[in-house]
Write a protein that binds this ligand. Structure first.
Ligand SMILES: NC(=O)c1ccc[n+]([C@@H]2O[C@H](COP(=O)([O-])OP(=O)(O)OC[C@H]3O[C@@H](n4cnc5c(N)ncnc54)[C@H](O)[C@@H]3O)[C@@H](O)[C@H]2O)c1
Length: 304
């Protein structure tokens, strides 16, 4: 029986994983550095992922055998203080790896990101194993994390798994400071008939993934027999690719009234170093990955 610890559980992804595990009667202990605003329907503990003793105690106390380590400072926010971002993203992951070895944790999930790619990665359609030259401290920490996965899995016979998520779109849980957050911000403003100032250029094309696909895909991947997984660091996965202009036009088409003004800032520079499209054929082949939500299906979820 799985007993799962989620770190960073109150973030955009964590909240959705909690819902999935509760709904499917899988034991989950949620933890975060802050307390939840509303009561959760599962065990919850405040824990700083930089505090290895605290994490170790929780794993022992709740007999945890699987960890979803979701703590991170994301791309745009990370640029405000690169030293802090590196420290949190790397040290917290090392803490999780260390306690996983001592407590014989069965499986660990650690998300990577499309931020690992860079201008040399063949951005028109990035394959599974391109040159990686990330431009942000976030991308550098994700690339380093991917290298740690191969290293520690080999050295200590661990089972750390990872997916390179594109921009995650969700409407109930809010995004935490990434370069693709404009999608949710634009939808929210235009839905209310308000104008939106977009921080990306109107033609910045980036890959996205609707939250239901992200959660279901991750669960499917985590339950795949290890022997089938040919990618030893992190799998490319994607849903659909869009530009701010395409999103705006689609929103107008379905009756939204607000306008969009484009004022690209530093996040546009980040976007220029990220893929327009992602080749996720290894994930499709190895563990039958398939996205169910395109742009139309995603918008239906918020306009229903
Ligand atoms: N959301 C995306 O679009 C996206 C895309 C690619 C990869 N990812 C990855 O998925 C993971 C989850 O992302 P998210 O969007 O849910 O992030 P988020 O920013 O929404 O949530 C992160 C959570 O971590 C918590 N946290 C911060 N510092 C902490 C600490 N020291 N100890 C414990 N908790 C702490 C925060 O309170 C927050 O609830 C991250 O690793 C991120 O890099 C996300």
């Amino acid at each position: 029986m799985e007993r799962i610890l989620i770190t960073g559980a109150l973030g955009q992804l964590g909240q959705e994983f909690i819902k999935y595990f509760i709904k499917n009667n899988i034991y989950v202990l949620a933890s975060d550095i802050r307390s939840p605003k509303n009561k959760l329907n599962c065990d919850f503990e405040v824990a700083n992922a930089m505090d290895i003793e605290r994490l170790d105690n929780l794993v022992k106390k709740y007999k945890i055998n699987t960890i979803y380590h979701l703590v991170a400072i994301l791309s745009a926010k990370g640029e405000e203080n690169p030293f802090n971002s590196w420290k949190l993203n790397m040290e917290s992951f090392q803490n999780i790896i260390e306690i996983s070895i001592t407590n014989k944790i069965n499986k660990i999930f650690w998300p990577s990101s499309i931020a690992v790619f860079g201008t040399k990665s063949g951005l028109e359609n990035v394959n599974q194993d391109p040159v990686l030259n990330p431009s942000t401290i976030y991308g550098i920490s994700k690339l380093s994390g991917e290298k740690l996965i191969s290293y520690y899995n080999n050295k200590f016979d661990l089972d750390i798994r990872s997916l390179r998520y594109p921009g995650i779109i969700s409407f109930e849980s809010k995004p935490g400071g990434g370069t693709t957050d404009y999608v949710m911000e634009m939808i929210e403003s235009l839905k209310k008939g308000e104008n939106y100032t977009c921080f990306l250029n109107k033609n910045s094309r980036l890959p996205m993934l609707y939250i239901n696909d992200a959660v279901m895909g991750t669960i499917k991947y985590m339950s795949t027999d290890k022997i089938k997984l040919s990618v030893k660091d992190s799998y490319n996965i994607t849903g659909f690719s869009i530009t701010p202009l395409e999103l705006f036009e689609k929103l107008k088409e379905i009756g939204c009234k607000g306008n969009v003004i484009y004022k690209p800032d530093f996040r546009n520079k980040i976007a220029k170093t990220w893929p327009k499209k992602i080749d996720d054929s290894f994930a499709k082949r190895d563990w039958k990955w398939k996205a169910d939500y395109g742009l139309n299906e995603t918008l239906k979820e918020t306009f229903k």
